[in-house]
Ligand binder design. Sequence first.
Ligand code: IZC
Ligand code: ZN
Length: 420
Amino acid sequence: MKADLIVHNIGTLVTSRELEKKSKGDMENIEILHNAYLAVRDGKVLALGEGNIPESLKEEKTKLIDAKKKVVTPGIVDSHTHLVHYGSREDELPLKIKGVPYLEILKQGGGILSTVRKTRKATDEELFEKAFGVLDRMLSFGVTTVEGKSGYGLNLETELRQLETNKRLNENHPIDVVSTFMGAHAVPDEYKENPKGYIDEVLKMLPIVKEKKLAEFCDIFCEDAVFDVEESRHILKEARKHGFKLKIHADEIVSLGGAELAGELGTVSAEHLMAISDQGIKDLYENNVIANILPATSFNLGKDYAPVRKMIDTGLTVALSSDYNPGSCPCENMQLVMNIASAQLKMTPTEIFKAVTINAAKAVKRDDTVGSLEVGKNADFVIFDVENLNYIFYNIGINHVKDVFKLGEQVLTDGEVSYV
Ligand code: IZC
Ligand code: ZN
């Protein structure tokens, strides 16, 4: 079969295809090729390898792109974001700088609840336009798949509007959007005196969201003074009965036992884990739960980082995501996340690429189609304007992404969005 497109003269091709682990704690077990080519047909990877392009792949109309010895990787998967919402919270910056804790701002009716008020008032068009711009920025940093959560409606109507916006974004933007229902993100003002009443509301939303096919995953903010372990267990078990795959914001700020619950329920992933216990790490490992780490949030809140080296040594599957949201981490930049992972979490470039490609694809259950460049998988890939992987983690704070391809189509050209 002939290729539509061949990228050749690739200095370093990170395919992210998983290789056998050399030890339990090996997270560098992905394939990295040198002097390589990547051939695409009908939006899928047709062939790849080292050396010259095999003549058998070429025909007259095959488009050739010279990668000029640069680095090519799979499209980055941002597997944890709060994509659709309205407004911003820079009015809380002085409080944050003075040291008022994130959960205290929420208790005072700010934080998530401030975004809920703005999101409820926004029109569908406003929600769509704002998130569309965010996706363009994410794309410019090399992201081709994004998970997005609801959780700023906290009532049926606006939760559905957020999820419908996810669907519309998925249909209209080149980035794939994986939708997560997070009605249990906070207790809304109107249920302040009756939080159990809000849990009943969430339970009623579950079958409606599922019936409308608006979300694949259900997530919950299991946190001190938000939803406790028992409430989280109840909601997640009900969600599972309705066919949702599960995620949990666990041990982000306080070590509540969220990771242990993730292990008990066998959720797909557990998110944050900055305050995880040793038992929590063990439980995630034994139950195959992906540790989804969001270091830009630690950075932005001035909090401890998750104990990632310990997790990797234990054998956990670690993913890295942005946590893009209007409060704890208003950041669309996955390269910043990767730079923090290098400097602060002491992850190697190879581990970091594994965490943002194939492991992140597993965290959104898309590893059958994205997250690695393998024959038959989607031709979602990025050309970084650097000569080796280390350079991305050495020259920090700038965007090294030059070109992005989604299903074989060029959607970012020389740093500018270029899809039609
Ligand atoms: O809007 O603050 N942590 N949820 C849990 C968030 C951060 C989002 C927000
Ligand atoms: Zn989150």
